[in-house]
Every structure is written in structure tokens, then in C-alpha cells.
Write a protein that binds this ligand. Structure first.
Ligand code: R2B
Ligand code: URA
Length: 354
């Protein structure tokens, strides 16, 4: 098995791009430009799986200030993350109101908004996160959001890593170690390169605290289309390979730099890359796959582990908003900033974030 290069390829009919040009994906003011000419010709665009629409909702009013889109598998985790971020950035709701699931009538995904942060559930696997990404990217366009940043905060199996380790994906590969997301379109296989933003990865890694009681590492993520056979487990309803073959496979992954296995990384990185949106995938390992297949840690432990990627992303967002003068340095309540530029100068902070 070999890692393919980052080149986009298809069966002689590639339509995927190597380098996305800025003016293809951004208007001069930084707002998201769609790479689909059909959308602006439509009378209205119904974002069916979000239960939102450009004709029915004032999307600029509702979402125009969104800067961060955070995605994770389950509705509950993303509701918890919204509450966590509310505390982190000192976001206060008007008295007598509470966070609500904006997509409750879709019965598909859940979405919460906390100031400039959207917290959305994506379900399991490539097709589910793929549908969500199409509609969220269109939402960014309709709402005229400027240079949004996407995070996936998820769970995974580690390769030679203890349970509870946080993994920031450097690359995403499929089950054949290809660095692209392969999708049949109009009867042809289209291969879209998987790529994460290198600077964002570095900034996130720098926010891991040496005092954290767990490791935060970077590495290649294998994205499988299945939890059982697709991830070389012995405990699915079917298994036509031996334990030795399974271990050889996992060892070969490790030799190729793969540090974790999950089920969304290729689609997430390929579609955000295609849209010119900065993105990062941060997952916590629920077990070391070199030691077993079953997720056996007690519920309370799993719950504590699941918060770890949220803490890292929370640090990033909080720091970003502080640097922009949009929240106070102690994170409690907003402060009145007259000039963000001067505020930044007064803070005398290093310019890590753009
Ligand atoms: C991690 O966990 C889920 C499977 O249990 C899947 O969504 C993933 O990527
Ligand atoms: N999610 C996965 O996809 N695989 C694991 O092993 C654990 C969580």
C-alpha cells in the first residue's frame, strides 16, 4: 500500500483543482463566493437539511456575523459545545431566553449559534457531513460571512496512542491511503484533494498547554467509510480476515504516519479546500487500536475525553476574539472597543492570528 501524492486525479477525467484561486472563492470584502453559477440565478435556495432558505429567512441578519463553524458528530455534543463557548467568551443571552436548535424542524442536524460561533452536528460518515458542508458553505455565501473558519471536533481510534489523546489532522487519507476524496459525479469518478490549512494546524498545536493532563499530537488521519471492517475491526457482524492481517494493516498505517482513524476527514478537508475555507479536524482517541477494537472506557471517562478537542478549539476562538478586541481579556462579558486596530496596538500582543 502506498500513499498517493497530493495531486488531484480521476480516471482520465479530472475536474478537481490543485490550486484554488482567491478570487474564485472570495469577494473583495472577504465574503464567501460560491463556485456554482446556478445558485445566484435561483429565485430562492432552500437549504433543505437545515430547514432554512434564502427566500424564507433573512440569512444575513441571522448569520452574517458568523466567523467560526464548529462541527461534531452528535447533537448533544454540539449543544454542550455551544454552552461551553458561551461561558468561554462571556456571551450573554437576553434575560428569559435560551439557546435553541435553529435546525430543529429539519430533524436531521442540530445547530446552535453563540455570537460569531455556529455549533452544528454532522452525523456519522462522509455522506452525512458532505450534505451538511454543501448547505453550510451555501449558508456562508447567502449570509455574506467573511473568511469563516471551520473546525471538526470529533472522536476517533488512535494508532499507538493512549485513549484520551488529542489528534490534530495534518492530512486526510482514505482507506487506500489516497490523499483525495473520491466521488462519482455524472457517472465519472472525481477526485478532490484533501488538504488542511498548515498555519491553522500550527496555531492549534501551539495552544496545547504543557500542563494539559493528556498529549496533543499531529499526524495523518485515515478516514474510513465504515466503523467495523473499514477500520480493520474483528468485532463487526462480518470478518473475513485474521487478527494477524488486521495487525499488519494497522502497523502499515502507522508506518505511513497515520495516527488516528475516523469517518469524515477526507470529505471535510476536500470540500472546505474546494471552497477555499480554512479548516481543521481535531479528534480525541477513544482507544488504541493496536490494543483492541471495543470502546470500553466508562461513560464518564468518555465524556471527559470528548471535551478535550472542544477545549483546544475554545482556546483558539477565545484568543482570536481577544486579538480582534471583540471580547475582554479575562473572557467575562464584552468591553466597548472604539477602534479594534488601536485596541490591538494597546494590547501589545504578538500578531499570531490574522
Ligand atoms: C468517529 O466516531 C463516529 C463513529 O463512532 C464517526 O462519526 C467518527 O468519525
Ligand atoms: N470513531 C471511529 O470512527 N473509530 C473509532 O475507533 C472510534 C471512534
Amino acid at each position: 500500500m502506498q500513499c498517493s501524492t497530493g495531486n488531484s486525479q480521476s480516471c482520465g477525467n479530472s475536474n478537481s483543482e490543485e490550486n484554488i484561486k482567491d478570487d474564485e472563492v472570495r469577494y473583495p470584502d472577504g465574503s464567501v463566493k460560491l463556485r456554482n453559477p446556478n445558485i445566484e440565478l435561483m429565485d430562492q435556495d432552500i437549504l433543505y437539511h437545515l430547514a432554512l432558505g434564502s427566500g424564507s429567512h433573512d440569512l444575513v441578519e441571522m448569520f452574517g456575523d458568523v466567523k467560526f463553524v464548529c462541527m461534531g458528530g452528535t447533537p448533544k455534543r454540539m449543544e454542550n459545545f455551544a454552552h461551553f463557548m458561551m461561558k468561554e467568551i462571556g456571551h450573554k443571552l437576553p434575560t428569559g431566553t435560551q439557546l435553541m436548535d435553529i435546525c430543529q424542524y429539519s430533524y436531521r442536524y442540530s445547530m446552535y449559534k453563540v455570537g460569531p460561533i455556529l455549533s452544528v452536528s454532522h452525523g456519522m460518515g462522509g455522506p452525512s457531513i458532505g450534505i451538511l458542508l454543501h448547505e453550510i458553505i451555501k449558508l456562508m455565501y447567502h449570509a455574506k460571512c467573511k473568511d469563516p473558519i471551520f473546525f471538526r471536533i470529533g472522536t476517533c481510534g488512535g494508532i499507538g496512542l493512549d485513549g484520551g489523546t488529542v489528534v490534530i489532522s495534518e492530512d486526510a487519507v482514505d482507506g487506500m491511503l489516497n490523499r483525495y476524496y473520491q466521488v462519482p459525479i455524472l457517472g465519472r469518478i472525481v477526485k478532490r484533494p484533501t488538504r488542511f490549512d498548515k498555519k491553522l494546524i500550527k496555531e492549534l498545536k501551539a495552544l496545547a498547554d504543557p500542563e494539559d493532563p493528556y498529549d496533543t499530537v499531529t499526524g495523518t488521519t485515515m478516514c474510513a467509510d465504515d466503523f467495523y471492517e473499514g477500520q480493520g475491526r474483528l468485532d463487526g457482524a462480518f470478518c473475513d480476515y485474521t487478527e494477524t492481517e488486521k495487525m499488519q494493516f494497522l502497523e502499515s498505517l502507522s508506518a505511513n504516519g497515520v495516527r488516528n482513524i475516523e469517518m469524515e476527514a477526507t470529505v471535510f478537508s476536500a470540500l472546505t479546500n474546494q471552497a477555499g475555507i480554512k479548516a481543521a479536524d481535531i479528534c480525541v482517541t477513544l482507544l488504541d487500536r493496536l490494543k483492541g477494537d471495543q470502546v470500553m472506557a466508562p461513560k464518564e471517562v468518555l465524556n471527559e475525553w470528548q471535551v478535550r478537542p472542544q477545549i483546544l478549539v475554545g482556546r483558539y476562538i477565545k484568543r482570536y476574539l481577544q486579538m480582534k478586541g471583540r471580547i475582554s481579556l479575562d473572557g467575562h462579558g464584552s468591553i466597548a472597543v472604539k477602534s479594534p486596530r488601536r485596541f490591538k496596538l494597546v494590547q501589545q500582543e504578538s500578531q499570531t492570528f490574522d
